[in-house]
Design a protein around this ligand. Structure first.
Ligand SMILES: Cc1cc2nc3c(=O)[nH]c(=O)nc-3n(C[C@H](O)[C@H](O)[C@H](O)COP(=O)(O)O)c2cc1C
Length: 381
């Protein structure tokens, strides 16, 4: 199986599975507890159907959207995700370059394996910085200042990781960063020699946003331990209000799931929220983002940019979310499997196929621009 054989989400997933050592594949592919929320995230889109209109002359399609002061050429962006260089040696650079080519937003994670300043320097398209709020206030301040100095367009604070989700697949495989050469790990390297060769012969693993502050001298740490030991469980609305004031620009909360919290985000001056359950990786049993979207759009949709992520695999999912009132959507695994499968070329192909699907579906729906989508073209079963 090659990149040219990938025609959609499940093909990229299959190719990633073939190319990655299984602990790494399972880190991407897995979620919390019994993974019920993860599964429901995509299934939720089946609860409603699109109702197309015909004979509307949809020759010219404009799928661009504006969120938080940024123009996105397509309504889906690459959600910030951790340690991309473990998935493919081109890492964040590959995703940033592909997003830049397609004119869409890309986010560098606090746990990114490339420096946000270097990425900003190289790619001028819309970029956000995904912030984790640490116990170490000096680290928080240093990260905020670096993002400000780098002229990042949007600050995106993730608020659904007050503690780590219970990722049982990672517990079983012993997944940690940097990837550990345990006995099982050596076996995984041995059966995926191309991945191993690339990982070992390219730039050494690093977490540039955290390197000065994280002590890995005791050996690798698990992502669960990072969340539990380094992130601040006391983080509250006052802390975030101070950050919003300090940032003094586009500020977004990622991981809002209740209308009540969405209203608070408006009150403290945020300009965007991402309705997200972290791709099912945090609170299992949490509602799916799509199921929760209309409630939040109804509460604050006229005061703040409501965006959603979690579960998006298809162009039709994007159109359903936008019809319900989301201003844009984010995706994680749809580009991560493609990154793992083939680096930048893979992410470009994932974005290209998604763009084609959205464009085709817009034509079939009889709409030429995203603003023509509304709840009128949806029916719930
Ligand atoms: C492997 C992986 C790593 C992730 N790392 C981060 C991260 O560092 N920060 C963050 O806010 N969200 C992170 N996320 C969550 C994504 O930003 C996004 O919310 C989620 O992937 C959306 O669900 P989807 O994968 O079904 O599209 C990660 C998700 C995955 C799959």
């Amino acid at each position: 199986m090659r990149l040219k054989d990938c025609h959609g989400f499940s093909d990229f997933r299959e190719l990633a599975k073939r190319r990655l050592p299984s602990p790494i594949f399972n880190y991407i592919d897995g979620a919390a507890d019994d993974e019920t929320t993860y599964e429901r995230n995509t299934k939720s889109f089946e609860k409603c159907d699109l109702v197309p209109n015909v004979l509307r002359g949809t020759e010219d399609i404009d799928m661009s959207v504006n969120i938080m002061g940024q123009k996105l050429e397509m309504p889906i962006y690459c959600s910030p995700t951790a340690i991309q260089r473990v998935f493919h040696h081109e890492g964040e650079n590959a995703v940033a370059a592909a997003a830049d080519k397609y004119g869409t937003l890309f986010g560098v994670s606090s746990l990114g394996t490339a420096s946000l300043a270097e990425i900003r320097e190289q790619y001028k398209g819309p970029q956000c910085y995904q912030f984790y709020f640490h116990k170490d206030r000096e680290l928080n301040q240093s990260m905020l200042e670096s993002a400000k100095n780098a002229n990042v367009d949007v600050m995106m604070l993730t608020v659904d990781t007050i503690t780590g989700g219970n990722r049982e697949r990672d517990l079983r495989t012993g997944f940690s960063i940097p990837f550990q050469l345990s006995l099982g790990g050596i076996f995984q390297f041995a059966i995926k020699p191309m991945w191993a060769l690339n990982y070992l012969t390219h730039k050494k693993f690093a977490l540039p946003q955290l390197d000065d502050f994280v002590d890995m001298s005791d050996g690798p740490i698990s992502i669960g331990r990072y969340f539990t030991e380094m992130l601040d469980p006391k983080m509250n609305w006052d802390d975030v209000a101070k950050m919003v004031d300090y940032w003094d620009g586009e500020f977004c909360l990622k991981g809002i799931m209740s209308a009540e919290d969405a209203k608070k985000a408006v009150e403290i001056g945020c300009t965007g929220i991402v309705v997200s359950n972290h791709g099912g990786r945090q609170l299992d049993g949490s509602r799916s983002s799509f199921d929760q979207l209309s409630e939040i759009v109804d509460a604050v949709g006229d005061q703040i940019d409501v965006i959603m992520d979690s579960g998006i695999q298809r162009g039709s999912h994007v159109l359903k979310a936008l019809s319900l009132g989301a201003k844009a959507v984010g995706g994680g695994r749809f580009y991560l499997y493609a990154l793992a499968a083939a680096g930048q070329l893979g992410v470009e192909r994932a974005l290209e196929l998604m763009k084609q699907e959205i464009e085709r579906d817009m034509r079939l729906m009889g709409v030429s621009s995203i603003s023509e989508l509304s709840r009128n073209n949806l029916r719930f079963r």
